[in-house]
Ligand binder design. Sequence first.
Ligand code: ADP
Ligand code: SF4
Length: 687
Amino acid sequence: MSDANPYALLFEPVKIGPVTARNRFFQVPHCTGLGHLRPRADAGVRGIKAAGGWAVVSNQETEIHPTSDLSPFPEGRLWDDRDIPALRLMTDAVHEHGALAAIQLVHNGNHAVNHLSRAPILAPSEMSADLAMPKHARAMDKTDIRELRRWHRDAALRAKQAGADIIYVYAGHSMSIAQHFMLPHMNTRSDEYGGSLENRVRLARELLEDTREAVGDTCAVAFRFAIDEMQGPDGMQAAEEGRAVVELLADLPDLWDVNVSGWDNDSITTRFQPQDGYQNDALAFVKQVTGKPVVGVGRLTSPDLMVSMVRKGIVDLIGAARPSIADPFLPTKIREGRIDEIRECIGCNICVASDNLGIPIRCTQNPTMGEEWRRGWHPEVITSKGKQNEVLVIGGGPAGLECAMQMARRGYEVTLAEASSEFGGRVARESRLPGLSAWGRVMDYRLNDLTQRANVRMFTDSALDAAQVAELGIGNVFVATGAHWRRDGIGRNTQRHAPDIAAGATILTPDDILSGQMPPVGPVLVYDDDNVYLAGVIAEKLALAGLEVIFATPESLVSSFTVNTLEQHRIQARLIDLGVDIRCNQTLAALGAGNASLACAFTGRQLPVVCGSAVLVTERIRETTLHASLKPLNLTTLELIGDAAQPGLIVDAVFSGHRAARDFERPQQDADKDWFRREIIDLREES
Ligand code: ADP
Ligand code: SF4
């Protein structure tokens, strides 16, 4: 590439111990919900990143022993030699495209659950297990520590045999034993592994030395270290012990992969941290202390920010998990100057939620993520059109935009009609709520693409009916008309007993709030039987506007699904700070003019509440009227997509639009097997 490229600096090679990264783009370890259970799909994810130009592609935390068993969550696994072939799939896929493969070894200490292995849980000191309630972890004795070192060393040799170029020692995210030993609240030992910082770092040092001695001739040894727990004086801080650890181990690893912990701080959502590069202040000192290359993260999608981070000497390598998920071809696009084609991560953490749910990774921005192997999807390539020429997409929300964009890429003449005065549907509306502006990137990316294509006609203010569709004469119609929120209070918890709603009750739905209406009278009751993010963010908006807000939900937590996106604790804290009156475990029983009645979710006992109005966030009803009216037209293709087919998250709407575009004119092989490829368990008896 020419030096005239303003981002040439990002494409310089970087030596990491005995190996060399071809450029500065480094996909740091991240979970996929695929791991040892779905290794071919995992290899597909990693291979596509290498194809997209990343110089280093890592796998995910890889259990080294049955005492570090995370089942049912499918992470990497290297318990013994039989696990090598599955990981070899990943390193081969990465090498095929000229990138280096990294394997992140981990012993999870008291964060392990050992549900599958039923092994004891290990920790520096006696304590409750982090996750495996009600088990306790046992303090490791010297034999345990010797054994741990042997397991780690053996796993490093296996990782090398599996083809790894870089092998990680892990001390981060509050999930790894080497970090647990460093933290005084977890390590109360009085031997040479406890007490002074030097003693608490001893295990990490030994693991690094063992790994270097075992595999360091050909493999680089990386150290993933959480320099700051973001707990203030209650935890490790970058300015104090965090720095001291880097000083103690300065040049021992070949690479420092530094971040903040726990995972909720490292992968913070844009709702709570809109600033890209948000870890820079914490990690800026590391390069001053070590002569070895440093990689850091912070939702880095802007090449200008990346260049400035290298120029300022903050990092040598641009680390990314989420930006590489949203756009596996990010490095290639920067190299080719196609900056406006970058599919920027929106920081919604749906990818993180997949891991927390133990399901294959999915991404709001990139519907092909996790589908590379099982459906053969490529984020940048799609089959050209078949015999049909024209497509009409009705509805310009995330489903319609994605469907129209992919149809246009396939070469069809695309007409996109949107009833309202703007494209974006729910994304346009929801991104105007507090903290959600980055979600607008879902429509920005697609609109930027669509508006540049000669084969696309786009219309706003065009609420189509059947007669107009017939008049257009386009035989292939995809209906993405969305869904609206119901007004009758019926939801998951009120199916048996619908709330008793009086004629004089003042009711708003999320659609009213999203179109700019505010409750006419307070206090306002926000009732949440949806439990994702919307009711919580509406309560926040109303409280910020100065209204007295009561938040009621049958769940025991506010926005309970967001535990999976690592934000629940922040959402509840924010509502408490805003003075919202939170009533958990309460089902809506009745709503009148100026009052409501909430029923205890356990006893059914009712409690009156004074409220002038209510926002009911319960269920959605699909907008299928247009679709039904089009059936008599006997169109060649008539398909309902997005929320109109099944209300869900934005990620589901984008996926639905994408799948419809992929499947259009796709020859069907076998209806029963046509969903996707599966990794079938081999039933041969184990030797
Ligand atoms: P999804 O998430 O499935 O994309 P949205 O609710 O975000 O659904 O978007 C649906 C879009 O469809 C809205 O912007 C809405 O204005 C539009 N729409 C609904 N009915 C019609 C119609 N008859 N003609 C054109 N657009 C429509
Ligand atoms: Fe980013 Fe959301 Fe995609 Fe995760 S799911 S990579 S946070 S856009």
